[in-house]
Design a protein. Structure first.
Length: 169
């Protein structure tokens, strides 16, 4: 059975390979330290049959969003806004194409919805690496923050909650 848990020392991070060296390096060298230091939280997808093997991961962190002047998306908000960022999401190459990225994204939305219950955030933000990544996020309702930055995407908290409710239902 698959499970998503916070990264910990027993997880074998060095054998993970999603095909992108920067993401592999982050998982191997930085993810656990950031979680331990309370900078960000990384969650790993594991199989109960082999719980030390990382099949995929994502990282969440809080951050302030500067509302762009004149942006219709943010005109009703204050200048700096609290938000949650999906800083990274990756699936091991051996597991790609099986819907595991969607599983991780939905889990991230569920955690964002729970975070919103404790303290308000305006939504979940992500910087897509490229158009392929952007195309992955858009069916979930992610849209560009502004027309000049098509890879800087966000999902309003109302939509985050809808995704979380659909996952629970």
């Amino acid at each position: 059975m698959l499970d998503i848990v916070e990264i910990s020392k027993p997880h074998n991070r060095k054998n993970f390979d999603c095909g992108q060296s920067d993401l592999n390096r982050f998982l191997a060298q930085t993810a656990r330290q950031q979680s331990s230091s309370l900078i960000a939280r990384t969650y790993v997808l594991v199989d109960d049959a082999e719980p030390e093997k990382v099949l995929g991961f994502y990282t969440l962190t809080f951050f302030p969003v500067d509302a762009p002047e004149g942006s219709p998306l943010f005109q009703k908000y204050a200048r700096q806004l609290p938000a949650l960022k999906l800083a990274r999401l990756a699936i091991d190459q051996s597991q790609q194409g099986q819907g595991l990225g969607s599983m991780l994204l939905i889990d991230a939305c569920c955690r964002a919805a729970r975070a919103f219950e404790a303290a308000p955030i305006i939504g979940l933000f992500v910087d897509a690496k490229d158009n392929r990544a952007k195309d992955f996020y858009q069916p979930y309702g992610f849209n560009p923050v502004n027309p000049d930055e098509l890879l800087h995407l966000w999902l309003p908290i109302g939509t985050v909650q809808q995704v979380a409710e659909a996952a629970d239902g």
